[in-house]
Design a protein around this ligand. Structure first.
Ligand code: UD1
Ligand code: CA
Length: 449
């Protein structure tokens, strides 16, 4: 059965106290709405429609950046969840299959639960996802009659007895597209909030010869985010999930609580992550890699058997080949580091390409920026860059070449050459002693007054 998603993301999220629309706040360095979509992707949806409202342009831009197959529709006035879903009708014109309604601010819904919902469609026209709530609070309540879901009552409209029900509405619904829109047309707003309630489709279904049922999931999956405090809790939960996933995938985390992942972080088997490592977006680490303490990585790739840190910073475009060593206080940006090459201490390598088996000495800097343009540095295989070399780009150093330490290299160095670019050393015999004697006698005279 073909599937489509409607992602509700029109709410303002006033309680976030933010200029940014709620669904653009991030966990794991990805906007909230991207998390629900990621789970949904496993169902191979034929279409995805996001309903935006508050900050619609920003949300739509962010959605397009994640994937260009998301259709965006505007809900100009937030008249309720049923009204929101109706806005997607035109965008689903010609679609014949099941629709799943997801929420932009409910990031933890799992693939398994979505699959369970679509499967349950075999037994009923409308499937609602419910959960047993520890504290049902203000959630809508599912009124069951055996396996049948009779209706959903919003907290605001519930009787005292109905408020005793602990089976709550997650908000997620799965139904055949044409059935859903037919039912939605019949939803009114005669209720405590004066809103068009999506949950009303359940009772309307029964009144129109259709059926409804519910499936359940764990409460943690339906966790919604309304405040910064809930956002922080969600980030925490997300990190817990990623850490467990890494451990299960055969990655050693010495102190899991101190390692932070992004949604798209990939770390290979038998890699070891020391304490206090942060993975920003778009990092892939192959197997057998050691990321030592206090390193920060983003937009980079680390190949087999390499060692990074402690205190290393890999920035976007850093590409480390097999068995490289990047040591303490080294920053690498937009640079390819060849196999077995070492950049061990206190260096900046940016906009560069370094071959295999090269050693980059302590304090080496690629001077890549002239204040206006960025320039490239190329270093060959098996080269030796002396400590404290300034490589003023554009410049290239050949294979098996050397630079003398302290050099400021402004011209290309050919293969096998040694470049020395620093003032020639002169030793003055006895001059140090004469200087000391003079200075000390001066000091003695001063203290005599
Ligand atoms: C809704 C359900 C409630 C359920 C709860 C679960 C309704 C009427 N009630 O209540 O049964 O227990 O979710 O969290 O559906 N939205 C729009 N446009 C609108 C209104 C809402 O896009 O006009 C979006 C919001 O941005 C949000 C989602 O729909 O992502 C839910 O809306 P919200 O107002 O938070 O509904 P609740 O009162 O929490
Ligand atoms: Ca809500």
């Amino acid at each position: 059965m073909p599937t489509a998603f409607i992602l509700l993301a029109a709410g303002k999220g006033s309680r976030m106290n933010s200029e940014l629309p709620k669904v653009l706040h991030q966990i794991g360095n990805e906007p909230l709405f991207a998390h629900a979509l990621k789970a949904g992707r496993t169902l191979n949806p034929e279409r995805i429609v996001a309903v935006v409202g508050h900050g619609g342009d920003l949300v739509s831009k962010a959605a397009k950046a994640i994937s260009d197959d998301i259709a965006i529709v505007q809900q100009l006035e937030q008249l309720g969840t049923a009204h929101a879903v109706l806005q997607a009708r035109e965008a689903l014109d010609g679609f014949d299959g099941d629709v799943v309604i997801l929420y932009g601010d409910t990031p933890f819904i799992s693939e398994d639960t979505l699959e369970k919902m679509t499967k349950a469609r075999a037994n009923a026209d409308v499937v609602v996802l419910g959960f047993e709530a520890d504290d049902p609070a203000r959630y809508g309540r599912l009124v069951m009659d055996g396996d049948k879901l009779s209706r959903i009552v919003e907290f605001k409209d519930a009787t005292k007895e109905e408020k005793e029900i602990t089976l709550c509405n997650s908000g997620l619904v799965c139904a055949d597209a044409s059935v859903l829109f037919e039912l939605l047309e019949k939803v009114g707003n005669d209720n405590a909030a004066g809103e068009y309630y999506l949950p009303d489709v359940v009772e309307i279904a029964w009144n129109n010869g259709k059926t409804a049922t519910s499936v359940t999931c764990d409460e943690s999956e339906t966790l919604g985010i309304n405040t910064r405090s809930e956002l922080a809790k969600a980030e925490n939960l997300f990190q817990e999930i990623k850490r467990t996933e890494a451990l299960e995938n055969g990655v050693t985390l010495i102190a899991p609580q101190t390692v932070f992942f992004s949604m798209d972080t990939v770390v290979g088997r038998d890699s070891i992550i020391e304490p206090n490592v942060v993975f920003g977006p778009q990092v892939t680490v192959e197997s057998g890699v050691k990321i030592r303490a206090f390193s920060h990585l983003e937009g980079c790739h680390v190949s087999l058997g390499s060692s990074v840190g402690p205190y290393a910073r890999l920035r976007p475009g850093a590409e480390l080949s097999n068995n490289t060593h990047v040591g303490n206080f080294v920053e690498i940006k937009n640079a390819i580091i060849g196999e077995g090459t070492k950049v061990n201490h206190l260096s900046y390598v940016g906009d560069a390409e370094i071959g295999a088996g090269t050693n980059v000495g302590a304090g080496t800097i690629t001077c890549n920026y002239d204040g206006v343009f960025k320039h490239k540095t190329t270093i060959g295989d098996h080269a030796f860059i002396g400590s404290n070399t300034m490589l003023v780009a554009p410049v290239s150093i050949g294979d098996h070449a050397m630079t003398a330490s302290g050099s400021v290299i402004t011209n290309n160095v050919e293969n096998e050459a040694l470049a020395i670019a620093r003032a020639k050393q002169v030793n003055k015999t006895g001059l140090a002693k004469r200087m000391f004697d003079k200075l000390r006698s001066l000091k003695a005279k001063k203290s005599e007054g």
